[in-house]
Design a protein around this ligand. Structure first.
Ligand SMILES: [Zn+2]
Length: 278
């Protein structure tokens, strides 16, 4: 089996040191194993994605000395693929239409009968308001669609972690429901991040998913979806997050740490690599 990793940025701003760290680990891991390293452009949110940022991503990676294998997948070009899979698995997923605003969800969560107001990797844990709106015939892709976590089939899910929390990570469906909830899979005009990510990792035969610890909990969502879809389960390597001098995690808009800024200031790739420990 070929060892395959990927780097999957959104072209909504410049790459910063945190992205470089992730891309270098992923790239080097694949190259050491004689495998493949893919770059996937996660441009589903077309209102925020810009061609200019996409071009810059490739310039920055090249400048850092990274090479990638083709073809480049752009998620915005794959909408039919995501729609087809949702259509094929709508019953297994218990797909339902949700008409709640964020405010509605907050109000429902403040109701006295729900004690844990928990913020999970998919945002506020959904209170289940629209669970009766099961999609029974054709899917209307102009709506928000969620999966109904069905406790009728309680079971244990596991994924293999190779990073900081190394080991076999297990969780039950009831834990999933309590801490993550009925995940959004479709957002009115495009798929939710979790859905697209899982489908693309499977279709690109990614064997090792390398990314930051900020996505560690979301891996439970990916594991459940992989199981429902019958996809192979990749190994996960969640690495530490790169922080600024105040210990704050670098944000997308933190242009002061962007690769391009270092390039323009005359830094060498080796100096930028050294800043993040390579
Ligand atoms: Zn709802």
């Amino acid at each position: 089996m070929t060892f395959i990793t990927r780097f999957a940025p959104s072209p909504t701003g410049p790459l910063h040191l945190g992205h470089a760290y992730s891309a270098i680990i992923s790239h080097d891991m694949a190259r050491r194993k004689g495998g493949k390293f893919y770059v996937r452009i996660e441009d589903l949110d077309q209102s925020r994605s810009k061609k200019k940022w996409e071009n810059q991503i490739f310039e920055d990676l090249d400048w850092l000395g990274l090479s990638w294998d083709g073809p480049i997948v752009r998620q915005s070009e794959e909408l039919e693929k995501y729609k087809n899979i949702l259509t094929n698995f709508k019953n297994e997923l218990g797909l339902f239409e949700c008409f709640c605003s964020r405010k509605d969800i907050k109000l429902a969560l403040s109701a006295p009968h729900i004690d844990d107001k928990f913020l999970g990797p998919d945002g506020l844990v959904y209170p289940g308001t629209c669970r009766e709106n099961i999609v029974s015939s054709k899917i209307n892709f102009n709506n928000v669609l969620r999966m109904k976590v069905n406790l009728g089939e309680e079971k244990i899910f596991t994924f293999n972690e190779l990073g900081q929390k190394k080991g076999k990570i297990s969780f039950t469906l009831s834990e999933f429901l309590k801490t993550i909830g009925d995940v959004v899979l479709w957002r009115k005009s495009y798929p939710a991040y979790h859905l697209a990510c899982v489908i693309d990792d499977a279709h690109q035969n990614i064997t090792h998913v390398v990314r930051g610890m900020d996505l560690f909990e979301a891996t439970k969502i990916h594991t459940v979806l992989n199981t429902y879809f019958g996809f192979h389960k990749p190994f996960y390597y969640h690495h530490k997050l790169i922080c600024d001098e105040n210990g704050k995690r670098l944000a997308k808009r933190d242009d002061s740490k962007s690769i391009q800024k270092y390039r323009l200031e005359g830094f060498k790739p080796s100096e930028v690599r050294a800043m993040i420990g390579f």
